[in-house]
Design a protein around this ligand. Sequence first.
Ligand SMILES: NC(=O)c1ccc[n+]([C@@H]2O[C@H](COP(=O)([O-])OP(=O)(O)OC[C@H]3O[C@@H](n4cnc5c(N)ncnc54)[C@H](O)[C@@H]3O)[C@@H](O)[C@H]2O)c1
Length: 428
Amino acid sequence: MIGTGYVGLVTAACFADLGNTVFCVDKNKEKIDMLNKKKIPIFEPGLEELVKKNFIFGRLKFTTDLSLAIKSSDIIFICVGTPSRKKNKSADLQYVFKAANEIGKFIDKFKIIVTKSTVPVSTGDKIEKIISKKKSRKMFEVVSNPEFLREGEAIRDFRFPDRIIVGSNKKKITKKLQSLYEPLIKKGAVFFSTNRRGAELIKYASNAFLATKISFINEIANLCEKTGINIEDVSLGMGLDKRIGSRFLRAGPAYGGSCFPKDTRAITKTADLYKTDLSIIKSVIKSNAKRKIILIDRIKKILSNKLKNKKVAILGVTFKPNTDDMRESSSLLIIPFLDKRGAKITYYDPSGEKKHFYNLRNVSFCKNVREACKNSDLVIIHTEWDEFKTIDFKKISRSKKLKIYDMRNLYSPEKMKNLGFSYYSIGR
Ligand SMILES: NC(=O)c1ccc[n+]([C@@H]2O[C@H](COP(=O)([O-])OP(=O)(O)OC[C@H]3O[C@@H](n4cnc5c(N)ncnc54)[C@H](O)[C@@H]3O)[C@@H](O)[C@H]2O)c1
């Protein structure tokens, strides 16, 4: 497994748990040292136990020595990051190509090289070219096997995936991958194979479609707020149609995370390259950017545009619950904005303090909900961690003037009104 991040570490631990011997390689020595001391560098439910167990049994090994890992393996997974390029927002493939170069140096007998990183159409062709410069084509085969796990549910998603997609131009190689995944297929996972470029596109098209669903329902929520309709009813009513489905139809903040923002941008860049206009996805990207502004405007309105010295508590700053991942979270825009306007911000997140806010003068991290909300003028529920679902606001604040902005619709507007709070939510 080259790259021991959210995808690489989970995949490695899960494959090891199925009885395989897995070498995890990362160029980040600190990460590897931590793992060798049985410390987990990321927050992912259930991962610590799984890593420890398989490490102790000797099925999971952590190293910075790529040569050793490659020589000891039959199948090599590339799981490095593919962030947005700063300049033009296409996928930055430098880590993938570096990994490919290194693989080329060290392969000594036939290897299957699997791209698990999310990569644009034709990246597999480029990896093949890079390795061919160093080794004979007979020594390797490059396959696409995109990853669909969700942070926070990653282990469950590995064990019970909706589908396993393998893209290869060789039937024999597809069969090999199928046999690796056999324990999951036996439990009901659908194995779907196509050619390499097809698999690469399936991943981007899937993420772009899910991002579209979120943006769609967020825009409908805006209309609900103007028309006195409850967005929850609209989501339920729509979702009952099997052609639509209820998942990803919950209105809230802008979508964030390590995948949807960068992948929607990257697929439109790929399409531009092939002179195809993905106008719907381009609109989704714009809509999502606008969403963050809409939420900030709402906060301003709730505080009657008087933000200076207002005490604002933010509950949850990660882009979703059960992860410590901050990549492209709406909070990264909301908190600096409030700080700049002179509000005093206290925040609490179950995954801990975030380095992103260290340099902001008016922002401090609190150890729990109660501490964060003490003497607040406004409480913003930003991420739907379970522990935010049953807060006794009466205990937390004696002030009847407390305002609550629930960006995840966790509470009933009627009940909050009866308790005497000014309660605001999304599309209701
Ligand atoms: N995070 C998710 O939920 C998710 C889900 C599906 C797919 N993906 C895709 O999977 C890929 C990895 O995502 P992630 O979130 O795990 O990234 P990550 O940033 O958490 O991890 C990437 C790791 O790769 C290491 N690395 C980079 N270059 C290396 C090299 N040459 N040799 C060894 N190690 C190297 C980095 O040090 C880092 O630890 C991305 O393409 C992403 O789009 C992510």
